[in-house]
Design a protein around this ligand. Structure first.
Ligand SMILES: [Zn+2]
Length: 84
């Protein structure tokens, strides 16, 4: 399993977190973690993890590769607080 480590600095939204599928023959594959990650950041979670299934296709079958992700976030002195 390949491992990616990404350092992402988010000043203001919107941010996209898209990761390509590791399967070479996969068509239109990839993972979109934007909602999961932005949701975690919005709640101020220091750590979050989960998994996402590839939405691409291999031939006439679904790719279905699963990406496990784990993230940790650090916040500046003025963190994204809950919207008042
Ligand atoms: Zn795929």
């Amino acid at each position: 399993m390949s491992k990616y480590v990404r350092m992402i600095i988010i000043e203001t939204g919107p941010a996209l977190f898209e990761i390509e599928c590791g399967e070479e023959v996969c068509r239109d594959g990839g993972y979109n973690l934007s909602w999961e990650i932005l949701g975690a950041l919005h709640r101020g979670n220091p750590k979050f993890e989960g998994e996402e299934t590839c939405r691409g296709q291999i031939g006439s079958a679904e790719c279905g590769r699963i990406l496990h992700y784990r993230g940790s976030a650090s916040y500046r002195s003025s963190p994204l607080g809950p919207l008042a």
